[in-house]
Write a protein that binds this ligand. Structure first.
Ligand SMILES: [Zn+2]
Ligand SMILES: [Zn+2]
Length: 247
């Protein structure tokens, strides 16, 4: 199945497009399963420049705004259900130095189909580098580790890669192959992702563990979207017999 599980709309401070525009681009590009994953601080604060203002923002309506975002995506899911399968996700910022940009500790995000966790490997991540505890806090059916050099992170914390990926499989935690290639990300590909597709030892560890992966374009501008790139990477994973999270 051709699936893109990482995209942004105007609910993200860095996004711009109406959600229906990106859904239409996904349909036109032949995507079969499409996940919308706006930033928690954009969705929770009602989009506008939330990140820049993150230190001064009042968090009292955060949960209501998250619900509003979810409800909007859910309406779009129903509207397009005969053309594409849509998942309502959210990307959770975990930077400790911008506490109001991260999802508040009390906020419920378990009603999302899945969440993507970013900055897991940052020094000041509120996850403390521990995805297993943080995934439980999220409570979503599936939790993804977004754009992270996971093998380096595992080495840094001194864990055994096979054990780590097995544990991920048990908790339905998946690893994102972020295949972005667009103006927002300055046409830079993620080195960890390129390495994974070259490195047979890494592929073997993931394949044997039963852990799943995802493919995400991390789109922020509809004119930059490259659905063929998504299809190509989904095919590569299929050829490697590494299963994707929603199959
Ligand atoms: Zn991100
Ligand atoms: Zn993103």
């Amino acid at each position: 199945m051709i699936q893109d599980l990482h995209s942004h709309t105007y609910y993200s401070f860095c996004g711009r497009d109406n959600p229906e525009q990106i859904v239409q681009a996904a349909i036109d590009g032949g995507i079969e399963l499409f996940g919308i994953t706006d930033h928690c601080h954009g969705a929770g604060h009602g989009r506008k420049n939330a990140y820049k203002a993150a230190l001064q923002i009042d968090l009292s309506d955060f949960e209501r705004s998250l619900r509003r975002y979810y409800d909007h995506m859910d309406l779009i899911r129903q509207k397009y259900k005969d053309q594409i399968k849509i998942l309502c996700g959210i990307e959770l910022n975990t930077e400790g130095h911008l506490p109001n940009a991260a999802v508040p500790e009390s906020a419920d995000v378990s009603f999302f189909d899945y969440c993507l966790v970013e900055q897991l490997d940052h020094e000041d991540s509120i996850t403390g580098g521990d995805i297993f505890t943080f995934a439980k806090r999220c409570g979503c059916p599936a939790v993804g580790i977004a754009h992270t050099d996971l093998f380096s992170h595992i080495a840094k914390i001194g864990a055994d890669p096979s054990d780590y990926f097995k544990r991920m499989a048990e908790q339905n935690i998946f690893w994102e192959m972020n295949v972005t290639y667009d103006s927002i990300h300055k046409y830079i590909e993620h080195p960890y992702m390129l390495e994974f597709f070259r490195n047979e030892a890494q592929q073997d560890i993931v394949r044997r563990s039963g852990a799943r992966v995802s493919v995400g374009f991390d789109g922020h501008r509809v004119e930059d979207y490259l659905p063929q790139r998504i299809a190509d990477f989904c095919k590569k994973l299929e050829d490697l017999e590494i299963p994707m999270i929603f199959s």
